[in-house]
Design a protein around this ligand. Structure first.
Ligand code: SF4
Length: 454
């Protein structure tokens, strides 16, 4: 689907006077890690072009919103966020892309009589397949305005590099439109992934996150698989960098991938969407695994590495979900002990198989079930954090300010610590977790072996 856009000459800017500095671009991401990976890649391209990539809460000349449409609520969030971004920066050039565009082509891709997007307030719209053109579009805007080129590192993105290695999905979950909007699974060639991973390491990243719409199907269209890719990354990429997998379905985690969980350079953190703990509901959702399979994968991962942390997504209120089904989900959460549990309510979407199914639970019941699942998730996360106290963790620092450094452990615990002289954004250090502070672990940074405080 083509994008609709304005030209560089039509750029409206909040900083229109005097000599132009680098074009300031803010990126906003909603939804899954694939969207985050795409925006991280775009940030790198924009920085390479000489734009200044600024945090979302700073004034910007150009704003890009990468949207999500996994539920109707997500679509509503896209609309609200567009309004908010426009209010935040009335003069900015506002660009929309992502799944909301693909799910609502009539709304977003229609052009008005002046050739601009028909939706008021939007300056340019790109379908998912057109996303790669956004950097060129912004470059044209910068050229139209006479912005000088200035090479800057992508601000705030140096600690973790998100590599999107796969797009599309061959599954057919009955509540989902993503497999329709993104199309069949397609993998980035292994050589290209390796080159991008090496480039990420060369630019100072300490962690590479592999993402995909359906990461577990990586390589199938090329006669390969995810295990082979991860193995090659662990063998070939600089030994000081760690690898993390983003979301992966339980039915896409084979034995040989589980075996790699013992490798200290592969983060012991797996995000495995659950959706429901009931086989009856999983069947109706067309999920490719059942409760026992899910639990076995978790058990096998923890057999390889007992400190493995799990995070998940749970959908509440799928049509036909009974009280018994709901309780099966609560029991599974309790049994697995997730470190993070993203809970969302089912909402019927046009163009899905589930839309025709009769909804049985009423709104109040769904609200109370969501609250119960959240409570169960929070309780299990508290137990995992408590268990992490008194242990050593490798942390990559995301933000370092005087007196306080924030980072993430291999297992995805958020950590806060007093920086040492060697603490820098993007650097990996070892901490001893001393206590829990809210949702964070408080840690003490341990001296490097040999006392090297670089
Ligand atoms: S696995 Fe299911 S929920 Fe995920 S993108 Fe594919 S069809 Fe949608």
């Amino acid at each position: 689907m083509p994008g609709t856009s304005t030209t560089g000459a039509e750029l409206r800017t909040a900083r229109d006077e005097g000599i132009a500095g680098p074009l300031r671009v803010a990126l906003t991401t909603l939804g899954c890690k694939v969207n985050y990976a795409e925006m991280a890649e775009l940030a790198g391209q924009l920085a390479g072009l000489g734009c200044e990539v600024v945090p979302e809460d700073e004034p910007a000349d150009v704003r890009v919103l990468n949207s999500c449409a996994v539920t109707l609520q997500a679509d509503a969030t896209t609309r609200q966020r567009l309004h908010r971004l426009r209010r935040r920066d009335p003069g900015c050039h506002l660009v929309l892309t992502g799944c909301s565009v693909d799910a609502n082509p009539d709304r977003y891709l229609a052009a008005g009589s002046d050739g601009r997007p028909a939706v008021p307030g939007l300056d340019a719209v790109f379908a998912n397949t057109e996303k790669l053109r956004i950097a060129d579009h912004v470059a044209a805007l910068a050229a139209g305005r006479g912005n000088p080129l200035r090479h800057l590192p992508p601000a705030g993105l140096r600690s973790r590099a998100f590599l999107k290695v796969q797009d599309g999905c061959d599954h057919r979950c009955t509540y989902c439109v993503v497999w329709r909007t993104r199309g069949a699974s397609a993998s980035v060639p292994e050589e290209v992934v390796m080159a991008r991973a090496r480039a990420a390491v060369a630019t100072g990243h300490a962690e590479v996150v592999l993402t995909g719409v359906d990461l577990g199907s990586y390589g199938r269209d090329r006669g390969s698989d995810l295990t082979a890719l991860v193995r090659r990354l662990l063998e070939d990429v600089d030994g000081t960098v760690r690898i993390r997998l983003s979301s992966i379905n339980a039915n896409d985690i084979p034995e040989d991938l589980i075996e790699l969980n013992g490798d200290p350079r592969l983060c012991g953190h797996w995000h495995i969407p659950l959706q429901s703990g009931s086989d009856q509901v999983l069947r109706a959702m067309h999920r490719g695994y059942r409760r026992q399979r899910y639990l076995r994968v978790v058990e096998d991962l923890r057999r390889r590495d007992p400190d493995t942390e799990l995070t998940t997504d749970v959908m509440v209120g799928f049509p036909g979900e009974s009280q018994e089904d709901h309780e099966a989900t609560l029991r599974l959460i309790d049994e697995v002990e997730f470190l993070g549990c993203h809970v969302f309510r089912y909402s019927p979407r046009p163009d899905t198989e589930a839309v025709g199914l009769p909804q049985q639970a009423d709104d109040a019941l769904l609200r109370s079930r969501s609250a119960e699942v959240r409570r169960a998730g929070a309780a299990s996360a508290r137990r995992r954090r408590q268990r992490a106290v008194g242990r050593q963790h490798r942390v990559v620092w995301d933000r370092v300010a005087p007196g306080e450094a924030h980072g993430l452990t291999d297992g995805y615990h958020e950590v806060v610590a007093d920086p040492t002289t060697g603490t820098r954004t993007g650097r990996m250090q070892t901490i001893m977790a001393t206590r829990v502070e809210g949702d964070l672990l408080r840690g003490t940074i341990l001296p490097e072996p040999g006392g090297d405080e670089r």
